[in-house]
Design a protein around this ligand. Structure first.
Ligand code: FPP
Ligand code: MG
Ligand code: MG
Length: 374
């Protein structure tokens, strides 16, 4: 009997921790202003995919039984500081009084011997906060009207509120991050935030450093915009668990490649899935002037796409024409193949970790990534 054919439901492995995620995030977000509370919590009240926390929690489990640094310690006293309510010396203390983000101080043990530490659980929450902050800002930039099947925050509350709420999420994520008391992890996540902004800039203003092709530029942008947070999140999970450098590198490689595949698939879905199925506007990229992988591949077959790409599909009929050419070309197929090759790289990396349910779930997750519909 082949062991690796047994299907493992990733959600079941970390179900309890994922279930607590939204509640814990809401605890991190309490503020003195009721409207700020409402807006900050808005996207946490609808159904997100929680793909980033899921990956971080599974990675925490998978690396928990891998080699450790000689000085790795689990200090329960330290876990308690992670979850302490915010205290402040100022007289505005009451503003923070709702941030009673106390959790359970103990690691969660799985029946198969893997562990998730409280710090790693908190890391998963921080990453979802950062991701959601970027979505609040993204919907303003993209003037997007829908998110997770609901009107987006910018539509319901206006751009100013959306930007401020995004900043608030980032700020609270930073407080929680500081409380992990791990400089390496703080640096990883702070860099990931910078990368999100850099990726968004690269997307808005195509100024390529000399010598890079358009496709290389697109892939670098994709790393910055999507893969970096997942990759550095995986590395951070491994660092918090006291893993060796080698194990952290494996975690990073997995996260990076699954992140790249995730965005490549996202860029395909924008062409082939309806808005209704996506829960957000479909066909948005061309309308935003963006040439993603399917277009860049199609351009190789249909050079007449060149001028349209250059003028960001701004003339009447450009979007329709480009979309038709992409559908006639092998662009979608080639993008899926590229996504598949990154998934394979992710799988090859994770196979270097000791075998566990969590490792198998991470492998299945990367396979499922390729066939997702939203
Ligand atoms: C979604 O992309 C957006 C991102 C992955 C990152 C956006 C980053 C910023 C706006 C920079 C600011 C960052 C922070 C942390 C405040 P998309 O528009 O392609 O996807 P969508 O279809 O889900 O809108
Ligand atoms: Mg967008
Ligand atoms: Mg965008």
């Amino acid at each position: 009997e082949k062991k690796d054919t047994i299907y493992i439901d990733p959600i079941k492995l970390v179900g309890k921790d994922l279930l607590d995620l939204k509640t814990n995030i809401k605890r991190l977000l309490g503020s003195g202003h009721p409207l700020l509370n409402t807006i900050s919590e808005y996207y946490f009240s609808s159904e997100g995919k929680h793909i980033r926390p899921l990956i971080v929690l599974l990675m925490s489990q998978a690396t928990s039984i891998a080699p450790k640094q000689y000085n790795a310690t689990y200090n329960t006293e330290h876990f308690q500081t992670v979850d302490k309510p915010l205290t402040t010396s100022s007289s505005f203390e009451t503003l923070d009084s709702k941030d009673n983000s106390t959790l359970y101080y103990y690691p969660s043990f799985s029946s198969t011997g893997t562990i998730i530490l409280p710090t790693q659980r908190r890391l998963a929450e921080i990453i979802e906060l950062i991701h959601t902050a970027s979505l609040l800002h993204d919907d303003v930039i993209d003037e997007s009207e829908k998110r997770r099947n609901n009107p987006s925050v910018n539509i319901s509350f206006g751009n100013k509120m959306a930007i401020l709420a995004g900043d608030f999420l980032l700020a609270r994520a930073s407080v929680a991050l500081a409380r992990l008391h791990n400089p390496e992890v703080i640096e990883l996540l702070a860099t990931a935030i910078a990368n999100l902004v850099e990726g968004e800039f690269m997307q808005l203003k195509n100024v390529s450093s000399k010598g890079t092709t358009t496709f290389e530029y697109y892939m670098e942008k994709t790393y910055m915009k999507t893969a970096s947070l997942i990759a550095k999140g995986c590395r951070a999970a491994s660092v918090l668990g006291g893993s060796t450098q080698e194990v952290s590198e494996i975690a990073y490689t997995y996260g990076k490649n699954i992140g790249l595949a995730f965005q490549l698939v996202d860029d395909v879905l924008d062409f082939i899935v309806s808005s209704e199925e996506l829960g957000k506007p479909a066909g948005a990229d061309l309308r935003l002037g963006l040439a993603t992988a399917p277009v860049l591949y199609a351009w190789e077959e249909y050079p007449e796409l060149g001028p349209l790409i250059k003028r960001k599909f701004s003339q009447e009929g450009d979007v329709k024409k480009a979309s038709e050419l992409v559908n006639q070309s092998n662009g979608i197929k080639q993008t899926k193949l590229l996504a598949a090759s990154h998934c394979q790289t992710a799988i090859n990396a994770i196979l270097k970790l000791p075998e566990s349910d969590a490792r198998n779930a991470l492998i299945q997750l990367s396979q499922k990534m390729l066939t997702r519909k939203k």
